[in-house]
Ligand binder design. Structure first.
Ligand code: G3H
Ligand code: ZN
Length: 289
C-alpha cells in the first residue's frame, strides 16, 4: 500500500540532496516495467501520464490511472502519480479524483503574462485539492507541434518573479535539454541551473532527460535539479526490442505476448540503468537547502 503523495517524495528527495526520478508511461507494459525496476532498485519514483498519453487512450484518464494506482498500491516501494504537460482544464480537474498527487500545468507556449495567469489559476485549483503543482517557464521544446528550441533558456530573474506570482511548487526550466531526443547528446548549462536553483526557491525539474548523457544527468543533479523526467528512453527501448523480435517472427505467429514481454523487459533495463545513474547523484553544497 505505497501510493504516496508526490509532495512527500519530492520533499524527501530535496531533503536528502537527491533527485526524484519520474517516468512517463503510455501502456500498462510501460508501467509494469517502471514498477519492476523501482522494486529491483528500491527506488521511490513518480509514474507520470501526459495529456498526450491520455489522448492516445481516447481522452480517458481513469482506466490507465486506475491501473497505475493498483500497481503502486501493490508494491513495497513508495510511488506517486503525476499528471504531466496538462493544458486542458477539464483534464486538470480530473486529477485529484483519479489518484494523482501532482500535476504539471504547461503554460509554456503562452506569452509570459498569460502563462503567469493560467498557472496561478491551476495552482489555486491544485492547492485546493491537495495537489503539488509544477509548471514550465522557458519552453523546453521538442513536443509535437513545437519547433525544437535549442537556444532558449529560462531567465533566473523571470523564474523568481514567476514563482512568486504563481505560488507554483516546482519549476520546469529550459537549460539545454529538448523533448523526444533519441540520441543522448544534450549539453546542459550547469551554471545556469545553479543560478535558477538559487533564484526560484522551489525544486527544479529537468524535462527531456532521455537526451541527456549519464554524466550530464549527474552534473545536473549536483547543480540543483530535484526532479528528472524521462519518457522517450522507454519508447526507444520498447520499439527497438519489438522491431527486432517481430523481424525474427514468422507471420503466422500472432500472439502479442512474446514481443510485448520483450519490449517490457527492454524498458525495465533502460529504467534500471537510469535509476542507477541517479542513485549516485547528489546535490552539490551550493544546491542544498
Ligand atoms: O515530461 C516528460 C519528460 O520531459 C520526458 O521527456 O521523453 O524527452 O525523456 P523525454
Ligand atoms: Zn516534459
Amino acid at each position: 500500500m505505497t501510493l504516496v503523495p508526490s509532495a512527500r517524495l519530492l520533499g524527501a528527495a530535496r531533503a536528502g540532496g537527491r533527485a526524484l526520478p519520474a517516468f512517463n508511461v503510455i501502456t500498462l507494459e510501460h508501467a509494469e516495467a517502471v514498477v519492476e525496476a523501482a522494486e529491483a532498485a528500491g527506488a521511490p519514483l513518480l509514474l507520470q501520464v501526459s495529456q498526450n498519453a491520455v489522448a492516445h487512450h481516447g481522452g480517458r484518464l481513469a482506466p490507465l490511472a486506475a491501473a497505475l494506482a493498483a500497481l503502486a498500491r501493490a508494491t513495497p516501494v513508495p510511488l506517486g502519480l503525476h499528471l504531466d504537460h496538462v493544458t486542458d482544464r477539464d483534464l486538470l480537474r480530473e486529477a485529484p479524483g483519479a489518484g494523482f498527487g501532482s500535476v504539471m500545468y504547461d503554460g509554456s507556449r503562452l506569452p509570459y503574462a498569460a502563462n503567469v495567469a493560467a498557472t496561478a489559476d491551476a495552482v489555486a485549483f491544485g492547492h485546493a485539492h491537495g495537489l503539488l503543482v509544477e509548471s514550465e517557464l522557458g519552453r523546453v521544446g521538442g513536443k509535437p507541434g513545437d519547433a525544437h528550441l535549442p537556444g532558449v533558456r529560462t531567465d533566473p530573474g523571470e523564474a523568481a518573479s514567476f514563482v512568486r506570482a504563481t505560488r507554483v511548487d516546482a519549476l520546469a526550466v529550459a537549460v539545454g535539454s529538448s523533448h523526444a531526443m533519441t540520441e543522448r547528446s544534450a549539453v546542459l548549462d550547469h551554471p545556469l541551473i545553479g543560478r535558477l536553483r538559487a533564484a526560484a526557491g522551489v525544486p527544479l525539474v529537468l524535462h527531456g532527460s532521455s537526451g541527456v548523457p549519464d554524466e550530464e544527468l549527474r552534473r545536473a543533479v549536483a547543480a540543483g535539479m530535484t526532479k528528472i523526467n524521462f519518457g522517450t528512453a522507454l519508447n526507444t527501448a520498447l520499439t527497438a526490442a519489438v522491431r527486432a523480435r517481430l523481424a525474427a517472427t514468422p507471420p503466422e505467429r500472432v500472439d502479442p505476448r512474446p514481443w510485448l514481454a520483450e519490449g517490457r523487459a527492454a524498458m525495465r533495463a533502460a529504467v534500471e540503468h537510469l535509476l542507477g545513474v541517479l542513485a549516485t547523484a547528489r546535490h552539490g553544497t551550493a544546491a542544498r537547502g
